[in-house]
Design a protein. Sequence first.
Length: 76
Amino acid sequence: KSCMGLLKLADKFSVDRLESACEKALGYTASPSYKSIKSILTAGKDKTSATTSTDDIKSDNSFGITRGASYYGGKR
């Protein structure tokens, strides 16, 4: 039943958009629901980039570790 519902979404939207929405939903959870995929499609969130990997995110944190090794149980 769920698979048939997803295939009906491909008729209403497109196969490419459905694929993109499924990829985005799988980024959120391991087992996405029909409702979540449909909401991604109706909101148009499938048109944006699917998922941003952690490699692409640049951290602007220039602080580093502020406590020494002795605090964390290192050499005392």
